[in-house]
Design a protein around this ligand. Structure first.
Ligand code: ARG
Length: 573
């Protein structure tokens, strides 16, 4: 199935090309987009204004020429030129209704698979072992996973790779700290919290105690040389942290195809630096090996420190090399907080010099403020994230108890888990990723605003209308009746439902899950005005069935969309 927007875009592009053969029309977009104001029609094309200069004609004349050349299209009922030269298109109602009927039979709701099996490596979440998991990692997990789901849906082969920070200088401090500060009871009770405590204590001591610093470095060197005792400790730390992360991922319904931490690349680092040196990209400077990026107005990037150690950048270069050789990706996408923008600009530039031709994209986001007290001592570590999720679920439980008082306690709890986790995720996903957002319980859990519970609740209410209908009309299948768009609110909802493919595609292409979230919210609003303003189960035969079909299509759109955001939609709330 081809979406309405893409069919109309093809039609309008062909019209412009026919009206102006041989001209370069690439300066303007000759496709269509939904109108901002529905009184102007359903879709519009703004190309005439953008082409005026290059064609040396008045925009209105250009628009007229395109329309004259266009010929008719079954989907279109009327075309009009408005204002300086907009082409406004109104759809044919019965064609629109027919399109909706087909849409209902299509699990993908008309969405094509432009990915065509091409590979994207997605690097997200990527927390650090035994260091506090900060809010950046949580946002990275939630946003990265939503993009992961959308790209898979669009037909890409996604390799989700969790680039765990398991091979850094923190291990020298940690091993040394472990030998001095370990509290066995705390270790029993809450190992990762204890590791973090040890790390922080050891780090603080290193700030004022040079001998401590040196000892930590010596432990790190021992680890790097394969000293069995230090290697065993390192493995223990990694294992403990990983199982803690795993719990969170399970609750968040996030999974990875590969978990190659930084340690996976440790034997390739020297080779990368040698290669950079041989090809003349890196030079020695004050004892370190450095890549200068002055021509790009970027600060130099150290790839080997003067003490011979490699760093974060070196590891990322080795990682790019590995991923390209192993997966031949079309693109590698990194999702981290804003503080790593410079790092990625540098390594992308260096990778390009090394001959890497895959597209590389850094998707960055602003930090999120969490509710007062949730992360009071140190910034959001894993344990406290768990607490945030627990609190969300507890709060959701009281909502579910209100909306479904007759449900079994067990069921209420299962639903509360989906609603609470959904609320936390959606609070993040519904914001422009690059804005600074403050997480507020009231907003995240609101049953009447742009929130996950609101959308989940909308799905559940539709499901119950569907059940009521089936109870009263057990022998009727609404799909045997045509879709009719008699009421303006019906038509308005229809116009939104057909735009699902573009919402997903735009959200993925622009790396902005909030585009999809906004779309779903709009759908649920259009549905609720429709539902409140037209008779439904009481409507006459045929009309009732048509409305039922609209209902079902709304439900599938909301469920599929929320699923692509990683949000569960229970049947009842
Ligand atoms: N572990 C890093 C951090 O916590 C994030 C890693 C992002 N991915 C990467 N390939 N550099 O800051």
């Amino acid at each position: 199935m081809n979406s309405i927007e893409s069919q109309l875009s093809d039609w309008s592009a062909r019209a412009f090309r026919e009206a102006f053969p041989g001209e370069d029309l690439s300066v303007a977009s000759i496709g269509v987009s939904p109108t901002v104001d529905e009184s102007f029609g359903d879709y519009q094309c703004n190309a005439a204004m953008g082409l005026a200069r290059i064609l040396r004609k008045k925009p209105r004349d250009i628009a007229q020429a395109a329309i004259d050349a266009s010929g008719s299209h079954p989907l279109i009922a009327g075309v009009e030129i408005a204002g300086p030269g907009f082409i406004n298109i109104t759809l044919n109602d019965s064609e629109l209704a027919g399109y909706l009927e087909n849409l209902q039979a299509d699990k993908r709701l008309g969405t094509p698979q432009p990915g065509g099996g091409r590979t994207i490596v997605m690097d997200y979440s990527s927390p650090n072992v035994a260091k506090p998991m900060h809010i950046g990692h949580i946002r990275s997990t939630v946003i990265g996973n939503a993009l992961d789901r959308m790209y898979r849906f669009l037909g890409y082969r996604v390799i989700a790779d969790n680039h765990i920070g398991d091979w850094g200088t923190q291990f020298g401090l940690l091993i040394l700290g472990y030998r001095h500060f370990l509290d066995r009871d705390s270790m029993e009770r809450s190992p990762v919290e204890e590791l973090e405590r040890i790390y922080v204590k050891s780090y603080e001591r290193s700030q004022e105690d040079e001998a401590w610093r040196n000892q930590a470095r010596a432990e790190l060197v021992k680890l790097q040389k394969g000293d069995p005792e230090n290697v065993a400790l390192w493995e223990k730390f990694v294992g403990l942290s990983m199982s803690e992360f795993e719990k969170i991922y399970q609750r968040l319904d996030v999974s990875f195809d590969v978990v190659n931490g930084e340690s996976h690349y440790r034997d390739c680092l020297a080779g990368i630096v040698d290669e950079l040196e041989e090809k003349g990209h890196a030079v020695e400077s004050e004892g370190a090996m450095v890549v200068f990026l002055d021509d790009l107005k970027l600060p130099p990037c150290i790839v080997r420190k003067s003490d011979g150690g490699f760093n974060y950048a070196t590891t990322d270069l080795a990682t790019i090399r590995y991923r390209i050789e192993k997966y031949h990706p079309d693109a590698i996408v990194y999702v981290t907080d804003e503080r790593q923008q410079l790092h990625f600009r540098q390594i992308f530039a260096i990778a390009e010099r090394m001959g890497c031709s895959s597209r590389m994209e850094h998707v960055w986001f602003g930090l999120m403020r969490l509710p007062e007290g949730t992360f009071s001592t140190r910034e959001g570590n894993v344990i406290r994230l768990e607490r945030l999720l627990d609190e969300a679920v507890t709060r959701a439980l009281s909502i579910v108890r209100e909306t479904s008082p007759d449900m079994s306690a067990e069921k209420q709890e299962a639903i509360a888990e989906a609603v609470g986790i959904g609320a936390v995720k959606y609070a993040d996903l519904s914001q422009h990723p690059q804005s600074v957002v403050t997480f507020k319980w009231e907003k995240a859990l609101a049953l009447d605003g742009n929130s996950a519970p609101y959308l989940q609740y909308a799905c559940a209410r539709i499901a119950s209308v569907r059940d009521k209908y089936a109870e009263r009309h057990p022998d009727v299948d609404p799909s045997d009746y045509p879709v009719r768009l008699d009421h303006p609110m019906e038509r308005r909802l229809a116009m939104r439902l057909v735009r699902f493919p573009e919402a997903v595609t735009r959200a993925a292409n622009q790396f902005k899950p909030n585009i999809l979230a906004e779309y779903l919210y709009e759908i649920s609003q259009a549905y609720s005005t429709f539902y409140q303003n037209v008779p439904f189960l009481k409507a006459e035969d045929g009309v009732r069935e048509s409305r039922m079909r609209m209902c079902i299509l709304t439900e599938s759109t909301l469920r599929l969309g929320l699923n692509l955001l990683g949000i569960k939609t229970p049947d009842r709330i």
